[in-house]
Design a protein around this ligand. Structure first.
Ligand code: SF4
Length: 265
């Protein structure tokens, strides 16, 4: 065990939490930060804002990010089966993220076959219920050692905001119009995210539209990325308006449900 080489890895998602963790570790865990490798699993399908943010992180931290790409692009995978990924068929995550992450690990240990990978994960203390990395097989347990510095140090969302602001990097630009990072066609998007994608990146919206119109489900039926309707229908003027109104109404209701501290006092 003592002879095994230890690797320190922080997987950046292009979102705020993992980015804040990198800055937090530079400040509070300098010895580890020196050895820390920043890794981004590049699906090739992230938003342009995400790639810009990663460039910014490299400059601000003066540290290179290792970009791990899948063996086959999403486009290639899609065209072999025309199956569209969906919540119950998340081959996108397996092919674009999980497999490349194992390839990355095995590449690092190819000479010895052994090593310990300390994975630093940006799950915050106020969301500690979230599932991080849970090694399943004996080999995974032997190799992977997940670490949660934010949970251990009781770092919450507000602290994350402060870390990003204090370091002058702030939030990624896509936060101006959507909260989730990940693939531009992610099926977890809300209808309003799709409309915002259309307005900010019409070219990517049209690509998603192409996948939707040529793809199928495993039952051979036509697939819809979003329950609201087809992407083509959604961008009709009247539907854009409806979706925007609905989203504004929902956020108002949400605001009413979440009492502000000042109201409680
Ligand atoms: S972001 Fe969405 S579409 Fe992309 S890999 Fe993750 S689940 Fe799949």
């Amino acid at each position: 065990m003592e002879n095994k080489k230890t690797y320190h890895i922080l997987s950046l998602s292009g979102g705020k939490d993992s980015t804040a963790l990198a800055f937090f570790m530079r400040e509070n865990m300098p010895e580890i930060f020196e050895k820390l490798e920043l890794v981004f699993y590049d699906t090739g399908c992230d938003l342009p804002e995400t790639y810009d943010y990663l460039n910014k992180i490299e400059v601000f931290l003066n540290k290179e990010i290792t970009k791990v790409k899948p063996e086959k692009s999403f486009d290639h995978i899609f065209h072999t089966s025309f199956l569209i990924p969906a919540p119950h068929r998340r081959y996108c995550t397996i092919e674009l993220k999980v497999k490349p992450s194992w390839q990355f690990i095995y590449k690092r240990i190819k000479n010895t076959g052994e090593g310990i990978f300390n994975f630093y994960i940006g799950i915050r203390a106020d969301e500690a219920w979230r599932k991080g990395i849970s090694p399943k097989t004996d080999k995974e347990k032997e190799l992977i050692n997940p670490k949660y510095p934010f949970v251990e140090q009781n770092i919450t969302k507000q602290d994350v905001e402060k870390i990003l602001t204090d370091n002058g990097i702030f939030y990624p630009d896509y936060y101006k119009w959507r909260e989730r990072n990940g693939c531009y066609f992610c099926f977890y998007q809300k209808p309003i995210d799709w409309i915002n994608l259309y307005e900010h990146h019409p070219d990517l919206y049209k690509k998603a539209m192409y996948y939707e119109e040529t793809g199928r489900t495993s039952y051979g039926k036509i697939f819809r990325w979003c329950n609201y309707g087809t992407l083509r229908e959604m961008i009709k003027k009247e539907n854009i308006e409806k979706i925007k109104n609905l989203s504004a109404l929902k956020s108002k209701q949400q605001d009413r449900k979440t009492p502000k501290l000042i109201d409680l006092i």
